[in-house]
Design a protein around this ligand. Structure first.
Ligand SMILES: *Cc1c(COP(=O)(O)O)cnc(C)c1O
Length: 421
């Protein structure tokens, strides 16, 4: 579907991309296309080529690009108040915190600017809560153990990246913080054997996103809740990727039937404007007493105004029903593609967070599929070498899903044919 306009001798994209490499640190390896504008689930590059967006950033642009209501709210707030610091309160932040409390288990909210920072706050709070409750008069073993899972992803600050379960992201930056233990994901026995008196928190993604779009099994999450209760540890759900309607409930815990003590949310929360939040109960929140934690930009009025509108739009039953229905439709189409080419071992995920695990001999070729998709005008994601990840905006229409599946079918067909040769 990529329809190129007349290209000048020196394509603007090519020179932009070369300049990127010349002026940026080399920690990313972006694609060659240079997006110029977006609308809904469509994105145009600087040449005028159009792409259907099944990536939404990385599960961020929940309401697609340039949503008219979000543009209006942002422009309105921009004309009033951008920033005041946390020495003052601001109304958009108060409204957003109130809405988050109304819509979830939470009684208190801390605002940050990213998922990693929300998790950093959650992990610090869990350590501090355990510290506050320990009897300091006796020589007790410290209650500071954080239990996390292999392949988990919790962000890139040094604490969160060390809690994450992919050592390649934290190796070489040491010395690493201690008191962090990794267990196999979805392994109830390992959890029950390891959680103990010294555990202060268990942190888990309801669906591992970066780690391969792997849903936590219900009995695993229930076991985590029970272990935490037994040993007075806090259960933290990292819903940075699964939250804000992505999995078909406003927050995934609401359809898992297990309530955490702390929940973190970010990616889709302000539909692409940077924000993160940590949600918790009134009792646990007391351990973040005055001066214990903070953020210069956290609770920014612009981000909070937009996020409040996102939650107003996403947090309605018809919208969430639609996410589940569109997710089911997408999965059906992926199953049909797989009947034709037999490249996927499994298609999994919840709502509009879907992973297609590649089977032999394509098991390390998810990125080749992604690159073929881009050539056909479809933006997608990967989650590791063997999983193609799809996370379209939640406002995706049935027609756009059909169109995306047609483009994906062409891309998969190409890669499948290459490998068979
Ligand atoms: C993306 C992600 C993060 C990190 O969020 P940033 O905004 O990049 O800091 C943390 N946890 C999960 C589950 C994520 O998907």
């Amino acid at each position: 579907m990529a329809t190129a306009s007349a290209q000048p001798d020196q394509p603007p994209g090519a020179s932009d991309r070369a300049r990127f490499d010349a002026v940026m640190t080399p920690n990313y390896a972006p694609m060659s296309i240079v997006p110029a504008r977006g609308e809904g689930a469509r994105l145009w590059d600087v040449h005028g080529n159009v792409y259907l967006d099944f990536a939404a950033g990385i599960a961020v642009s929940a309401l697609g690009h340039a949503h008219p209501e979000l543009r209006r709210v942002l422009a309105e707030q921009a004309g009033k108040l951008w920033h005041v610091s946390n020495l003052l309160v601001n109304r958009p932040a108060i409204r957003l915190a109130q809405r988050l409390c109304d819509l979830t288990f939470a009684e208190r909210v801390f605002f940050a600017n990213s998922g990693a920072e929300a998790n950093e706050a959650a992990l610090k709070l869990a350590r501090r809560y355990a510290f506050d409750r320990q009897d300091k008069s006796e020589a007790q073993a410290p209650k500071d153990q954080i239990i996390a899972f292999d392949n988990a992803f919790h962000g890139r600050t040094f604490f969160t990246v060390c809690v994450g379960g992919q050592r390649k992201y934290s190796d070489g930056f040491g010395p690493k913080p201690g008191g962090i233990v990794h267990l196999p994901f979805n392994d109830v026995a390992a959890l029950e054997k390891t959680v103990g008196a010294s555990t202060c928190a268990v942190i888990v993604e309801p669906v591992q996103g970066e780690g391969g779009v792997t849903p936590a099994r219900a009995e695993f999450v229930r076991a985590a809740r029970a272990c935490c209760d037994r040993h007075r540890a806090l259960l933290i759900f990292d819903e940075v990727q699964t939250g804000v309607g992505r999995c078909g409930a406003l927050y995934a815990y609401q359809q898992l039937g297990v309530t955490p003590d702390i929940l973190t949310t970010a990616k889709g929360l302000a539909g692409g404007f940077p924000i993160g939040a940590m949600l918790t109960t009134g009792e646990i929140a007391q351990s973040l007493a005055v001066g214990t934690h903070g953020s210069t930009f956290g609770g920014n009025p612009m981000a909070c105004a937009v996020a409040d509108k996102v939650l107003e739009i996403v947090g309605t039953p018809p919208m969430l029903d639609k996410v589940r229905a569109r997710g089911a439709l997408l999965k059906q189409g992926l199953a049909a593609i797989n009947r034709q080419f037999e490249v996927f071992l499994e298609v999994r995920g919840e709502g509009l967070l879907i992973g297609c695990e590649m089977r032999e001999p394509w098991s390390d070729r998810a990125r080749d599929i992604l690159n073929a998709c881009v050539k056909h005008g479809l933006l997608a994601l990967v989650a590791g070498p063997n999983v193609l990840r799809l996370a379209p905006p939640l406002i995706i229409t049935e027609e756009e899903i059909a169109r995306g599946l047609t483009l994906l079918e062409a891309a998969v067909g190409e890669v499948a044919a290459e490998t068979r040769d």
